[in-house]
Design a protein around this ligand. Structure first.
Ligand code: ATP
Length: 570
């Protein structure tokens, strides 16, 4: 799998593997992504490289500093483990063959060890695993533990491989949609293997399992938005905060981020206020949380609390200092029932009936209008009130909550659109070029990319060398060290060859002047012009690392194509 850059070939390999795996397929869907559970469960083996080096040294009698040197050559401890397992002579290779369940269960056991003596217990289990492994097994088991398996297997690849493996004649989107409502790949694999299409179709959200968030399209004029949504629409403030999905199961409250990661620990004040605000049995609510000044009610942009947004956000202990208010704008589940299929207007009314606004929970400010002047004034007021703009929402009857989908039911209109190019882009870092002169010792420029979701590959769009302050600039090599790969990852399509390749993971916010045709970039290659792609001209880093976005959640090729076409219209 690692060696193929052909997505179809990868999917077909996976499909036959899934068939062969029989009921172990539930474990396999996690292992091929180097995981042990859905992301939202946050299960990790908790073994740092240092500990693995110690274990490998114990197994082989090679000194730890030598192992570290070997590892530095390739950046991959898995390759070192391969060499060490090749040298183990006690048992014949054929006796050292693990089953999927063996590996999965051992890794899960390692992840569960905690408390006193946990380090040596983890070390013992890993040592046992490696001694009983073939060299290849040792390599990949070690990579899974270090979190660097990197086979380029996305959720979308797994879903299409499951479809190919177990047969499904219907619309593949139906399977994807079931997964977006309840993103547990083991459950999906189990249902698909037993051809339980009924349960798949009936999938509905459940409290404590994050639903993939619904996303908005963008347009750069209010009149276009009105035409698109049928002359009348709802307009809500677009708060500049963090997406916040709140789950309550009757006893506990959990909070999930835009990327479905649990961030409950970051919101102690919201958790405390939840039970005194809401009197219900269970629910899933969707909103945006924003820091604010309780004296004046003024909203602060999230960057003010920390330069970093999202994933590794740490507000713990800071909640007294900087209060947070959640602006709720949707409801997905209430008292044992999914509300996702109700029209937006009904969901909003339901939400309004559930609570009285207080300093921790408010409703997103909105109007329903068909009057351009009124909408323009509302937009300006949103900016004056500290928001990024507005989100227009369709008020037609056909407006279910579309989990995981970016569609025309929601359209964002931001203050940034008045700048030359309009919206900023979220680009993923694919590689780096060495720095010279003043930039010696760090990178001169980064190779940036977008995600082509139809092909499940990353495509290059520009080289980025502007907008970095010295502190960030000189920290880049260290920041990207763990993402280095020896060669171009199998899910990256590039004409340029940077000095260093990175696994596509880190997303940066970038602004630029315009989208232009370029023969050296692969974004939308040969789509607009034969043997050329699209490129971002004069790119500049805004200073914001989008840590709330995973690599594949960066801007999409299709968005760049529509930005290019929109530019051409102007
Ligand atoms: P996207 O989330 O669309 O990929 P992004 O993360 O760059 O892009 P924006 O383009 O700024 O975010 O806009 C979408 C986000 O706006 C939503 O994901 C949500 O977090 C936020 N948001 C704020 N207010 C609202 C609202 N009233 N309705 C929907 N989303 C809102």
């Amino acid at each position: 799998m690692e060696a193929t850059a052909k997505r179809l070939e990868l999917a077909s390999m996976l499909a036959s593997l899934f068939v062969d795996a029989k009921d172990e397929v539930e474990k396999l869907v996690f292992l091929v992504q180097g995981k042990l559970a859905p992301d939202y469960e946050g299960i990790e083996t908790g073994m740092a490289d240092k500990l693995l080096v110690k274990a490998l040294s114990g197994i082989s009698n090679v000194r730890e500093d030598q192992i570290l040197k070997d590892m530095a050559k390739t950046g991959d401890l898995g390759t070192v483990a391969f060499g060490i397992a090749s040298g183990i002579k006690q048992r014949a290779l054929e006796e050292r063959m693990h089953t999927i369940a063996d590996v999965f269960d051992s890794l899960k056991a390692i992840s569960k060890i905690s408390g006193e003596g946990s380090i040596s217990k983890k070390l013992g289990l890993y040592t046992e695993l490696i001694i009983g492994s073939t060299p290849s097994e040792a390599k990949y088991i070690t990579r899974i533990i270090t979190g660097r398996l990197r086979l380029g297997v996305s959720d979308a690849t797994i879903i299409s491989s499951l479809i190919a493996a177990f047969g499904w004649d219907g619309d593949p989107e139906a399977i994807e949609y079931a997964y977006n409502c309840y993103p547990d790949m083991a459950r999906l694999a189990r249902l698909m293997r037993s051809h339980d299409w009924h349960s798949i179709a009936a999938t509905s959200p459940a409290p404590m399992v994050p639903v993939k968030v619904m996303l908005a399209e963008r347009l750069t004029s209010l009149s276009e938005i009105l035409v698109k949504l049928g002359k009348k629409a709802a307009f809500e403030y677009k708060y500049d905060g963090l997406r916040t999905q709140i789950h309550y199961d009757g006893s506990n409250v959990k909070i999930f981020s835009r990327g479905s990661e649990e961030t409950t620990g970051n919101f102690p004040d919201i958790i405390r206020a939840f039970k005194s605000t809401f009197n219900l049995k269970s629910c899933i609510l969707d909103g945006e949380s924003v820091p604010y000044n309780p004296e004046t009610g003024e909203l602060y942009p999230f960057q003010m609390v920390s330069k970093r947004r999202g994933r590794k956000y740490d507000l713990e202990g800071k909640s007294e200092e900087i209060p947070i208010v959640v602006f709720l704008f949707d409801i997905l589940y209430l008292d044992g029932r999914s509300t996702m299929n109700l029209p937006y207007e009904e969901r909003r009314k339901l939400l309004e009936s559930l609570f009285s606004e207080n300093e921790n929970f408010k409703l997103a400010t909105r109007i329903v209008s068909s009057d351009l002047q009124e909408i323009q004034a509302f937009f300006e007021k949103s900016i004056a009130d500290g928001c990024e703009g507005i989100v227009a929402k369709s008020v037609s009857d056909e407006t279910p909550y579309r989990a995981g989908a970016r569609g025309w039911q929601w359209i964002k209109f931001k203050r940034d659109y008045q700048r030359q190019m309009g919206d900023s882009l979220d680009l993923v870092v694919l590689g780096a070029f060495a720095g010279h002169g003043r930039r010696k010792g760090t990178y001169g420029a980064l190779l940036m990319g977008v995600y082509n979701d139809e092909r499940d590959t990353f495509e290059t769009i520009c080289k980025l060398g502007t907008g970095f302050n010295d502190e960030i600039l000189f920290s880049l090599p260290k920041r990207f060290e763990a993402l280095k790969t020896e060669s171009c990852p199998n899910n990256v399509n590039s004409i340029m060859t940077p000095e260093v390749w990175f696994y596509p993971d880190t997303v940066l916010e970038v602004v630029g002047a315009e989208i232009t045709i370029s023969p050296v970039h692969t974004c939308a290659y040969s789509v607009i012009e034969e043997k050329s792609g699209l490129s971002l001209r004069f790119p500049r880093f805004t200073g914001i690392f989008r840590t709330d976005k995973k690599g594949s959640e960066c801007s999409k090729t299709s968005e760049i194509i529509s930005m290019y076409n929109n530019q051409a219209k102007k």
